[in-house]
Design a protein around this ligand. Sequence first.
Ligand SMILES: NC(=O)c1ccc[n+]([C@@H]2O[C@H](COP(=O)([O-])OP(=O)(O)OC[C@H]3O[C@@H](n4cnc5c(N)ncnc54)[C@H](OP(=O)(O)O)[C@@H]3O)[C@@H](O)[C@H]2O)c1
Length: 295
Amino acid sequence: MAPMLDIRWSHRSRPPSVSGMSDSHTTPSARIAFLGLGAMGLPMARRLLAQGAHLTVWNRTAARAEPLAAEGARVAASPAEAADGADTVITMLSGPGAVAEVADALLPALAPGSVLVEMSGIGPKAVHGLAARLPEGAHLVDAPVMGSVDRAAQGALSVLAGGPVERVRPVLEALGNVRECGPLGSGAALKLVLINALIGGVAVVAEAMELADALGVPRGRAAEAMAATPMAGALARATSREADFAVRLAAKDVRLATGAAHLPLLEAVGAALTADPSIEDADLSALLKGAAATA
Ligand SMILES: NC(=O)c1ccc[n+]([C@@H]2O[C@H](COP(=O)([O-])OP(=O)(O)OC[C@H]3O[C@@H](n4cnc5c(N)ncnc54)[C@H](OP(=O)(O)O)[C@@H]3O)[C@@H](O)[C@H]2O)c1
């Protein structure tokens, strides 16, 4: 189990000794606002609470905040109320549209010196759009994550961070392993690269299993043999029972990618992801029809 990380200090006091931190980087936050308590946001916020953060949460559908209220979080009635008095404001929402909508109410409430940490998957263009709307004195870090709900609950996400990461490093480290990517938007860009490789890999595994069916190769035998090839990682994700990454969110990530570059294979994957509306809320592993037979 990862050691507990104390993130309770105030930006006015000296931070505890955390490896890699210097005294010039003393702005991590005791007071954290967390906006968006969906499949990922809820375990991430819970993790911060368990690590000692003074947490205020907000979710569009208020009922989803109730479990955290019972665990000690303050529940805000609006994004602006959540941001009031917060040093760090985290957004974990479905995509660029949701972030832009919430930003309308949130941005004017950001205090000078506070840091907005955008952790949803929205792509670099939307991150730069947010930066252009930041109020004077507020900062922005893009920090989308790889890893699903299981790793969110364990504080074992891979956090891809761009911008002034040092301002919020202890907060991000409470959620997982922090990879510093460079200037603002670089985390969001790397996230799109990685998630699209993963989604494409899962789609290819799904088709390979359909090929196995067509050729009379039992799926179990195909899976066992595939696990010994470089496709093992994609196969593991395609057959995961722990992940909860909705097909509609994968389609969003593919749209962001194909809007940024000419990617004919991913365009086909995007079409496959939207072909069956009945699986849009199911985990990505739903692409693998007859997945039970693969396990
Ligand atoms: N699930 C994963 O495995 C995973 C892994 C890595 C990254 N991500 C990324 O992380 C982000 C969140 O994923 P998730 O799985 O937590 O999604 P989710 O379960 O669909 O939750 C989406 C969240 O966004 C809120 N929301 C949506 N539209 C909104 C709007 N217009 N205004 C305000 N709030 C709005 C929802 O509020 P309501 O409760 O009111 O609907 C909910 O809190 C996505 O960008 C996704 O691509 C997901």
